[in-house]
Design a protein. Structure first.
Ligand code: C2E
Ligand code: CA
Ligand code: CA
Length: 313
């Protein structure tokens, strides 16, 4: 399939030479490509700062991966009933000497567009599997970008990883988004089945913001749905959030899929989510993402984690 993206710059307000104009049209083109296919963008000055940052990030990414500058933090996911840690999510962190803290949403995007995502995700998966040895008995979830999930050798990569690190069956979970499923549903289905065969759980992240069709959930081997942060944020301000989350919980229950709400920041949100029946909660109210050492301290304080067996996988 052929797609087209367009970037526009205007003479003379965006440049008085051809070189300047084409450069700025190019910046606008990048912005279009970022947003998907079939989009046109007119140059704006704010786009320039963004592109400069992305170019810096792109230049430094390779070294950052090689030097181990990209580290993993961990955020616990709690069982609200017992108040205990159920599992943890791994989140990548990069602090650059010159650029400061670079958000994962920025460098993951750059890694995808510059072809470094395979290297980066390899580093992330290896680091997490190494770290898992220091959190025995705790299920760990890793985010997987759509590009990575879509690779023909993805399942093999995961199988090799499990073997190399002797990861106990059922302890690794992968978090994917709907983007990973939509491109080729049949292939995604097969990938999920294969992962299940390896004893790897899969969670559907950012649930509810994409093209969520409840119909396809039935056909997919998923262990967990993570309700998007936006629904949690609107819980106390938008009346429609409660029935929407309730519906997600009902669907999850009927399919035997766990429901996790993320981005829980207030006691009020927690109370509502517990009442609605979310299985697990994650957010600053409980704990922020933190380095492995902090996570170990927290887990030690809790004693052994409460690991209810999952129905799927
Ligand atoms: P995500 O997977 O939806 O991760 C949840 C984000 O919400 C994280 O942001 C987390 O720090 C943040 N968060 C947790 N609790 C709260 C809360 O109570 N309030 C608010 N406002 N935010 C909360 P972070 O770490 O900046 O990651 C952003 C996104 O970058 C992630 O969204 C994920 O899509 C991506 N990402 C992060 N690490 C990785 C990784 O290792 N690999 C891949 N492929 N993507 C990653
Ligand atoms: Ca996630
Ligand atoms: Ca999410």
């Amino acid at each position: 399939k052929i797609g087209v993206s367009i970037g526009l710059a205007q003479y003379p307000q965006h440049g008085e030479t051809i070189a300047r104009l084409t450069d700025r049209a190019d910046t606008a083109l990048y912005a279009s490509k970022d947003q998907g296919r079939g989009i046109y963008t007119l140059f704006e000055h704010s786009l320039e700062g963004e592109r400069q940052l992305e170019q810096h990030v792109q230049n430094k990414l390779r070294d950052a991966i090689a030097n181990g500058d990209i580290k993993m933090h961990y955020q616990p996911i709690f069982n609200p009933g017992s108040g205990r840690v159920n599992s943890v999510e791994a989140l990548a962190r990069w602090t650059d000497d010159a650029l400061g803290v670079i958000a994962p949403s920025t460098f993951i995007k750059v890694a995808e567009s510059s072809g470094h995502i395979f290297e980066l995700s390899g580093h992330i998966l290896n680091t997490v599997c190494e770290d898992m040895k220091r959190m025995p008995g705790v299920r760990v979830a890793v985010n997987i970008s759509a590009q990575q999930f879509g690779r023909a050798d993805f399942v093999q990569t995961v199988a090799d990883l499990l073997k190399r690190h002797k990861v106990p069956v059922g302890m690794l979970m992968l978090e994917i988004t709907e983007t990973s499923l939509l491109k080729d549903m049949d292939r995604a289905k097969a990938t999920l089945e294969a992962l299940r065969g390896l004893g790897v759980h899969v969670a559907l992240d950012d649930f509810g913001v994409g093209y969520s069709s409840m119909g396809y959930l039935r056909q997919l081997s998923l262990s967990r749905l993570k309700i998007d942060i936006s629904f949690v944020r609107e819980l106390t301000t938008d009346d429609r959030s409660i029935p929407i989350i309730s519906a997600m919980v009902a669907v999850g229950k009927s399919l035997g899929i766990q429901i996790v709400a993320e981005g829980v920041e207030t006691v009020e949100q927690r109370k509502i989510l517990e009442r609605i029946g979310c299985d697990y909660l994650q957010g600053y109210l409980f704990a922020e993402p933190a380095p492995l050492d902090d996570m170990q301290t927290l887990l030690k304080a809790q004693g052994a984690p409460s690991q209810k067996p999952l129905k799927r996988a």
